[in-house]
Design a protein around this ligand. Structure first.
Ligand code: SF4
Length: 226
């Protein structure tokens, strides 16, 4: 696929539905494509669509060792409900080793390094041998994401595919309500966006939905989507 193909497909996919993009992706790449999920409330529409269009697709879950127990339980609930083909990937060093090597506060002192060890490097391993990776990011989530395209070739040769890029928060919620999709157990406790426990807090009235992520830092992305 050259630059011209990517350009034409991006033009076409701006008008396409998420189902159409998923169907094209599965037909084009088959078992050389995987998606990843953080198993939060906002992740459910994409997983629901994948379960209908391409249920065999691998869903990568990065188990950083810092997730809320509710996230792990929600992941298991969704796996049972939608028969998802989940593959759990762990960091190269476990939590004990991490603490011995860097102390227990690495997420505070150097969150970029912590995310690299626990998310970015494991994801690189998970993508080894794959041609494409589907991510559920949306343009309305962060300023960085506003500039993304639906198909984004990466330097490592893996094609990033963003089939939900044009969804708005309102459309996401309409979909969740229409199909009565389940919510992460902590959603009702003020977590519209949730990641590792030490780096997620509930949001307050009037705050952005991602305001609880790395709330006391400039950081807005873990590095997977940069
Ligand atoms: S989100 Fe926080 S705890 Fe999780 S890997 Fe990143 S810095 Fe570490």
């Amino acid at each position: 696929m050259d630059e011209h193909d990517i350009f034409s497909l991006n033009e076409r996919f701006e008008q396409a539905t998420t189902e159409e993009i998923l169907r094209w992706t599965w037909q084009t790449f088959g078992d050389k494509v995987a998606t990843s999920s953080s198993f939060q409330t906002q992740s459910v529409p994409l997983l629901h669509l994948i379960a209908q269009v391409c249920p065999q697709m691998v869903v990568i879950f990065l188990d950083t060792g810092f997730h809320f127990s509710e996230t792990l339980a929600f992941r298991d609930e969704l796996q049972a409900r939608y028969q998802l083909n989940i593959k759990v990937i762990y960091p190269a060093i476990d939590k004990n080793q991490l603490f011995r090597q860097y102390g227990e506060g690495l997420y505070r002192q150097d969150p970029d390094l912590c995310c690299y060890i626990n998310k970015v490097e494991p994801m690189k391993r998970a993508l080894h041998g794959l041609t494409a990776w589907i991510s559920g990011v949306r343009r309305d989530q962060t300023s960085h994401r506003q500039g993304l395209r639906i198909l984004e070739p990466q330097a490592d040769g893996v094609l990033r595919i963003h089939p939900m890029l044009n969804w708005t928060k309102k459309e996401l919620w309409n979909y969740i309500n229409r199909y009565q999709l389940p919510a992460h157990p902590l959603f009702a406790k003020g977590y519209p966006s949730i990641g590792c426990a030490p780096c997620s807090r509930p949001v307050f009235a009037g705050e952005d939905e991602r305001a609880g992520r790395w709330a006391d830092k400039d950081k807005t992305e873990c590095g997977l989507h940069l």
